[in-house]
Design a protein around this ligand. Sequence first.
Ligand code: 13P
Ligand code: SF4
Length: 311
Amino acid sequence: MNYRDEILKLKKEKNALILAHYYQIGEIQDIADYVGDSLGLSQKAAEANVDIILFAGVHFMAETAKILNPKTKVLLPDLNAGCSLADSCPYDDFVAFKNKYPDHIVISYINTSAAIKTVSDVICTSGNAVKLVNYFPKDQKIIFAPDRNLGGYVNQMTGRNMVLWEGTCEVHDILNTESILNLKEEHPKAKIVAHPECQAQVLKIADYVGSTTGLLKYTKTDDAKEYIVATETGILHQMQLDSPDKKFYVVPSDKTCACNDCPYMKLNTMEKVYLALKNETPSISLDAETIEKALVPIERMLKISKELKII
Ligand code: 13P
Ligand code: SF4
């Protein structure tokens, strides 16, 4: 079967919008109406006026789309496409943690469950975290969850001392300076770019730190010809499309491959996208109370991001 043609046909027939994250396989990115980072994808989901949103990403992203656009059917090709970072912050444990700091507000990274969003004051993404934290007065006490690496980076960039939840992304947290410096030895002219979910020592040696959209913009507009990329492999597809004459080397997650794949993002395949659109399942369902409560901090994020001209 030619999945590409069948998907594009179904998309038209069913008045569907395909949103894809940069960590999806290239084939999926190529059939999407919009490819972006978590912030851009949330904005597109909020604005969508269609019958179906097919979200080629992971569960928290599709859930956020459903919260922002509850009347629209939101499909996720594989419901097992979770996120280790979101999973590292269970609701009951987080509420007990939050109760220890009654005078703190909670800023949660979008990589959290809808339940965590219901007990957060504002959501952020890697694309707006620093500016969003700076939006609050310097003396505002803040809990930041769940990524301790992103939280530590934001603390450093803003001079804050936010209380951090100790969560990590299993894909970024294992990238190490040794592999990066080995690559740098092989390609001395290459610049290092890193996602802020990487550990502090990796971020310290990076020439640029940013969200997936930030990394793409940087490598497109910067004048170097080679880059060492400390994030998930999927991003190389757009990097190469945007800058066909540049060379990109992904930081390997272990010695057996030159890749660094998120096992959850990579559960989505062209066949699963096709089947999800055809059968209109699996879809995201959330109760009305969760949607109502989780919407408040997400809308606050979008409002502040517009005010600060980040989106
Ligand atoms: P971005 O918002 O930078 O695309 O990051 C999402 C993510 O899951 C990174 O691991
Ligand atoms: Fe979650 Fe990490 Fe995968 Fe991003 S790369 S979806 S943070 S597990």
